[in-house]
Design a protein around this ligand. Structure first.
Ligand SMILES: Cc1cc2nc3c(=O)[nH]c(=O)nc-3n(C[C@H](O)[C@H](O)[C@H](O)COP(=O)(O)OP(=O)(O)OC[C@H]3O[C@@H](n4cnc5c(N)ncnc54)[C@H](O)[C@@H]3O)c2cc1C
Ligand code: FES
Length: 358
């Protein structure tokens, strides 16, 4: 057991950051308004960029704003046979980051990114998988589909909605996958110019044979609501459904870590943290989040958004009590199990024990 004791007033030493510069090696125009950006991972950081199909990178976007812009983009590449990382970005009308990337990303330039993160990943590549996506929602689904087909033995059914055929990202690649895996891969395209907007009745009719599959949903909110209704109609249990919600980060996960020193006379808590197979004991100023405390002391705790929205920093309180400044992701069952978000957790009790490795 390793025990580190730090005084509350001790300045942060060697703070940890997950930010890395990756060189863009290729930019592929997928449609009129979407590009894939291929990023090279140097050997020295390869271990930091291991990822699971369906995970995302968080990208720093240059901006004049004091609080920088950061956006998450799912990896469309498969960790099972592609060595470069690929993100696929579709222009959002009036959007800042997506248009900046589509206009400025070019080979030879670099992007600052955080290491891969996210829970939108299949438990096994040998399970049968139902993928339901619309527009740029195909990105993580593509990574999952390729990984199951090439790295596993499951079958994959993809229902993919788009405005029309020309706006379909990965149209050619999907056709090639269909030819390569004719017995394990099925794609149903839903083009709005032919069938109108997707309806729960229409989708349920297509999906009724797949109620025992593991379902993964990604697309605009109204599309996801219709897809959820269709899955309810075919009797798919909620526990089989995993959802990825696209939204823009409001804060800056690339910002420096700030540890708030306790005011004169203010007491502190003590926290014991299980992380990467070791135990760490730290003095915990009451205004500092657990994530900032750990990073400032050089401990490589997981994170992505740093604003309570992605659950990358989820950990379990095994004794004592914390409160979260904000929580947009954990549900009641998580809270009952003691799960908390390190980026939002501050201490309530004097002594707290937390495990990341459960
Ligand atoms: C886990 C995850 C994975 C993702 N993966 C992908 C992916 O693979 N591909 C992809 O393309 N996207 C993906 N996204 C979405 C992506 O992160 C961005 O949200 C998206 O690119 C839009 O960002 P933007 O900066 O272009 O738009 P923003 O500038 O954030 O604007 C978004 C919308 O809000 C409007 N808006 C902005 N500011 C205001 C304001 N002040 N008042 C009113 N309206 C306003 C804009 O006009 C626009 O319509 C993902 C998101 C998450 C969370
Ligand atoms: S880092 Fe995203 S919720 Fe904490």
């Amino acid at each position: 057991m390793t025990t580190d004791q730090a005084a509350p007033t001790e300045p942060p030493t060697a703070p940890v950051s997950h930010a890395h510069e990756l060189e863009i090696v290729e930019v592929v125009a997928e449609t009129d308004d979407a590009v894939s950006i291929v990023l090279d991972v140097p050997d020295r950081t390869a271990s930091k960029f291991r990822y699971r199909p369906g995970q995302f990178l968080t990208v720093k976007i240059p901006t004049e704003r004091r609080c920088g812009a950061a956006r998450s983009y799912s990896l469309s590449s498969s960790p099972h046979f592609e060595t470069d990382l690929v993100i696929t970005v579709k222009r959002t009308p009036g959007g800042y980051a997506s248009n900046w990337l589509c206009d400025h990303a070019q080979p030879g330039a670099s992007l600052t990114v955080l290491t891969p993160s996210g829970h939108f990943t299949p438990p096994s590549l040998d399970n049968d998988i139902l993928l339901i996506g619309a527009g740029s929602g195909i990105t993580p689904l593509m990574s999952i589909a390729k990984s199951v087909l090439i790295g596993g033995s499951g079958t994959v059914y993809l229902l993919y909605a788009n405005r029309d055929a020309p706006s379909t990202i990965f149209g050619r690649e999907l056709a090639a996958m269909l030819a390569e895996f004719p017995t394990r891969f099925v794609v149903e395209h839903w083009f709005e110019d032919e069938h109108g907007l997707p309806t729960a009745t229409g989708m349920a009719a297509s999906l009724e044979l797949f109620s025992t599959y593991d379902a993964f949903l990604c697309g605009p909110a109204p599309f996801m609501a219709v897809a959820r209704e269709a899955l309810a109609r075919i009797g798919m249990p909620d526990g089989h459904i995993t959802v990825e919600r696209y939204r823009s980060l409001a804060g800056d996960p690339f910002a420096d870590v700030v540890v708030v020193a306790p005011a004169d006379g203010e007491d502190t808590a003590t926290v014991t943290v299980g992380l990467d197979g070791r135990k760490v004991e730290l003095v915990w100023p009451r205004q500092t989040t657990l994530l900032d405390l750990l990073l400032s002391h050089g401990y490589d705790a997981p994170y992505s958004c740093r604003e309570g929205e992605c659950s990358s920093c989820a950990c379990t309180v095994t004794s004592g009590e914390v409160t979260m400044l904000k929580n947009d992701t954990l549900v009641d069952a998580d809270l009952r199990a003691g799960v908390t978000l390190a980026c939002q957790a501050v201490p309530v009790s004097d002594e707290v024990a937390i495990e990341f490795d459960q």
